[in-house]
Write a protein that binds this ligand. Structure first.
Ligand SMILES: [Zn+2]
Length: 185
């Protein structure tokens, strides 16, 4: 960018396709090492430095934070940072030897754009707390209702009745709820 340095008003645009040298992100979802990263970069000469702005896109892969299935989702992010000529200025980035090192800028932007709790779909029901099965795989069956402990006694009676029926007990299992309660007492 030698031709750009110290020339306010000059502008250069670049388009880059690179393989990510180090994974971007360390959470449950990240742009993995070697994944393709597309960057549209614009360098603009200003009086105090070079304004680097652009857009980065890549695919992040990881796991759904609810059901742990493998997922992949696109990450699209815009970034803009001024690289100052004067290292004494109050900026985070500086032009060094007529170069701007955009890696950190792109890296920070992509990592910040990663979802904190990625999901395979917005309404992912997660895992069954009892069986550990992925609820979304259960063909949209209603989520198992958590048994109200107040009904637990009744469930026990129903099981007993079913067991008796299975063992050939002739006790009428089609008792009404009231009768079952009486029987339980
Ligand atoms: Zn999920």
């Amino acid at each position: 960018m030698r031709d750009l340095a110290h020339r306010p008003g000059e502008m250069r645009e670049h388009s880059l396709d690179i393989a990510v040298p180090d994974a971007l992100g360390a959470g449950v979802i990240a742009v993995r090492e070697g994944a393709p990263l597309h960057i549209d970069l614009r360098l603009e000469g200003l009086h105090e430095g070079v304004l680097v702005s652009g857009h980065a896109s890549a695919d992040a892969t990881g796991e759904c934070s609810r059901c742990l299935i493998d997922i992949s989702e696109p990450v699209e992010v815009d970034f803009a940072e001024l690289f100052a000529y004067d290292a004494s200025e109050d900026f985070d980035f500086f032009v060094r030897d007529d170069h701007v090192d955009c890696e950190q800028v792109v890296r920070d932007a992509v990592v910040l754009a990663l979802p904190f709790q990625p999901v395979c779909r917005p309404d992912c029901p997660g895992l069954d707390p009892v069986t550990g099965e992925r609820l979304a795989d259960l063909d949209e069956q209603p989520v198992h209702e958590t048994l109200d402990p107040r009904w637990a006694a009744l469930t026990g009676i129903q099981l007993e009745a079913a067991e008796r029926a299975a063992h050939g007990d002739t006790t009428d299992t089609k008792t009404t709820e009231g009768e079952e309660r009486a029987e339980a007492e």
